[in-house]
Design a binder for this molecule. Sequence first.
Ligand SMILES: [Zn+2]
Length: 507
Amino acid sequence: MTSAATAPSTGGAPRIAVAGLMFEANTFAPGLTGLAAFESSTFVEGAAVLTIGDGLDSVAGAVAVAREAGAVVIPTTLAGAMSGPTVAAGVYPALRERLLAGLAPLRGQVDGVYLQLHGAMVTEDDPDAEGDLLEAVAELMGVPVAASFDLHCHFTARMGSATPLIAGYHTLPHVDMVSTGARAMTLLLAQLRGAAPVLAWRKIPMITSSEGQDTNHPPISEVMARIREIIAEPDVLDASLFMTQPWLDVPELAWAALVITDGRKELAQARADELAQMAWDRREQVLAPKVPIDSALRTAAQAERDAGLGPFVLGDGADSVSAGATGDGVEVLAGFLRNELTGRAQVIVADADAARRCAEAGLGAEVTVRVGGSLAAAFHSPAEITGTVVTLTDGRFQSLYPPAPVDVGTTAVVRVGEHLHVVITERPSSQLDYQLYLRVGLDPREAHVVVTKSAGGYRAFFEPIARECLDVDTRGPSDSRIERLPFTKVDRPLYPLDPDLSWSARA
Ligand SMILES: [Zn+2]
């Protein structure tokens, strides 16, 4: 409600500027992310910064806590884009300039800054954009800067040196965006009230795919339980475990445990080391168990057909669009084509040319098209399908996770044989929920086998309706078998690239 220019004097109430920049890169995905990806996604200023997330983002939690404390919140700018390849040269400098220009008029007029960040924004200009941004904001404003991050933040020493006020999501699937923003703002308010936050961290030399990082299940639920105990200790202000976006070929890539205390550096370091050791000791359990496609399909084929039990949900994690992959992998589709199907099977593939050809052929037309492998050709080869175009749509729908309107362009459903339904979209679609399937009339609850291109994050929506979730062994830019990817720039040794690595947090 308060704008920078007209803010009334608040008689000592703290004034806090709010800004944000959200992007998760995947450096194995082909191509580059341009400015248009941000401009066509989240790109707002002023009051819209507070409303664009519909009350479900970290900004909402931060603002609620600030206002409860009687602080005045001054929204400036927010930008974000869907996960994708490395950000092209020149784009981050432009985004940085925009964010700093939004804050600059508030120099000397605010007591603190809150930033909503993701933490895995690798750019051609700087592999650690958030580290650079935190430094720049702190230097420009000369006041405490707090930041909330995704659990997959690629945490760097530069971030930790720029500010001790760092809070990361505690959940995967991510359902605590709001409370994470609240925690970051609570840190900021504590410092403004006289606390002396000190941050200690311990990097953990491991990277893993997200299927095994589920915070609702062991082994990670055990580490998260310990985090909650630590946060409840006297003098501890907050703690986070950053399990890092693993599909980044950049220096410093590793998990990190962070603990923030009120003035007690040794306590913070001891607890960070303890969390790091706990995570390290569970490294083998965190590696995602993968099921070969044919054996997953055999399991489904041998199961009794009973709609009441829900579908078998196959997670194609190596082609996870929400992790920056391209959504054009067809390994599971090829599995459908070579196996007998006993009930409705459905899969989504991004292929602009095939979608256009289906639209041109028209509803009810018989088509033979090659689908897939058009975006990440280094990982995927096309598959040929012959079937009937049974649905055509404009590809617009409301995603629930993240909550946002989505437009994947021309979308066709081709039915192959009796059971197989192939959803072909012009652009890749994030598949953490099943809104796209609903949009094209393929309710997954009525299917026998459903594919979702997601590495574990899909379980928040799919697990409640699934008979069984099976993470299948596929290849792609977000391959869960990390060691199969061509890493060259990460710091070594690093588990599981160096599987026999011995390490101790206390050494
Ligand atoms: Zn994440």
